[in-house]
Design a protein around this ligand. Structure first.
Ligand code: ATP
Length: 330
């Protein structure tokens, strides 16, 4: 059995606010193997980004990682000092954001930023760094990469800027990349091209990746595994085809039903009824029960993770194979 590149166990990240403790990440466990992409999916506020920032050890006050473990190839990251973590970021783990300007400096030419990203971690000649930067741009489908190295970020389109940010993320051949909704702001055609390129690079360089999104359709063709997050907890995870075609958790089924499809033309889009709960008042109960068509009395006590073949789910009254088409409205 291959050991995972990144292994997260019982990760807890809390925000200590005036109103109380917000459990943004509540005992999350995930494993991601070499060259594999895990899609981390859920509605806004479910804790996806905070999970990503926790891996990078970039949680600011009033937030703090209060429990659990994050191991990169067996090495514990949670106990590393800030100085040690600076060597890890950009070299062994990198992050791609929704807004590429979180990565790019508006007043520096692309070439200068890319060579800086290499030389910050490695002793390499300027000429070699420049060539690697040029090759990196070509790999993400940027035409005339030599010329683009001389451009400032504002001279590129949004899609091109995001490609540059992705090229920078792969530049030092990290073992692991966190992509936080990098295609959400782009049109569907560009989005498709970028997803295909990211997938190709992960497999070529055996990079493990978490792709964070609220949109299941983004990860359906991209991710090897899907983890569904709700109110700070993973409620279902497993191989993509299994989770998407035979969801066990009613929340996963709701997300699948919410994806617009061809058959939806002229019809109203499905929305999961109700709102996500406040993370301030959440106890041990199932956080989805107020919105759940499968709710039972039992749901007042939190369901533990159930192992079901290659997949895990957290529900007392899961969807079974028998009622699946009815559940998904197929
Ligand atoms: N600085 C903060 N102070 C207090 N609570 C915070 C802070 N940052 C995040 N949170 C809490 O953490 C929860 C999870 O936020 P997170 O950004 O991870 O959600 P998300 O699933 O990535 O959603 P989105 O797609 O909207 O970013 C939020 O609902 C919020 O309650």
């Amino acid at each position: 059995m291959t050991s995972p590149i990144l292994s997260i166990r019982d990760l807890e990240t809390h925000f200590f606010t005036r109103g109380g403790v917000v459990k943004a990440v509540n005992k999350v466990s995930l494993d991601i193997n070499e060259g594999k992409i895990l899609g981390l999916v859920g509605e806004s506020g479910s804790g996806k980004s905070i999970t990503g920032f926790s891996i990078m050890q970039l949680i600011d006050e009033p937030g703090r990682i209060v429990g659990g473990s994050i191991k990169l190839k067996g090495e514990e990251l949670v106990s590393l000092s800030e100085r040690q973590m600076r060597d890890v970021r950009g070299k062994r783990i990198s992050m791609i954001f929704q807004d590429p300007m979180m990565t790019l400096n508006p007043v520096l030419k692309i070439g200068a930023q890319m060579t800086e990203a290499i030389t910050a971690h490695e002793k390499v000649s300027k000429r070699d760094a420049w060539q690697r930067a040029r090759d990196g741009l070509a790999e993400v489908g940027i035409p005339s990469p030599e010329e683009r190295l001389e451009a400032y970020p504002h001279q590129l389109s949004g899609g091109m800027r995001q490609r540059v940010a992705i090229a920078i993320a792969f530049l030092n051949r990290p073992e692991f990349i966190i992509a936080d909704e990098p295609t959400t702001a782009l049109d569907v055609t560009i989005q498709g091209q970028i997803l295909a390129q990211a997938q190709k690079l992960c497999s070529q360089y055996k990079t493990a990746m978490i792709w964070i999104t609220h949109d299941l359709s983004v990860v359906s063709g991209l991710a090897d595994e899907i983890a569904v997050m709700y109110a700070g907890r993973i409620v279902e995870q497993g191989p993509s085809a299994l989770v998407l075609n035979q969801p066990r958790h009613p929340y996963t089924a709701g997300l699948i039903k919410s994806v617009p499809g061809k058959h939806m033309v002229g019809h109203r889009l499905y929305q999961i009824p109700g709102m996500t709960p406040s993370l301030l008042t959440l106890g041990d109960e199932c956080a989805f029960q107020a919105r759940c068509p499968h709710k039972k009395d039992q749901c007042k006590t939190g369901p533990a993770m159930t192992e079901d073949g290659a997949r895990l789910y957290r529900c007392h009254n899961p969807i079974t194979g028998l009622n699946i088409s009815e559940e998904l409205g197929a």
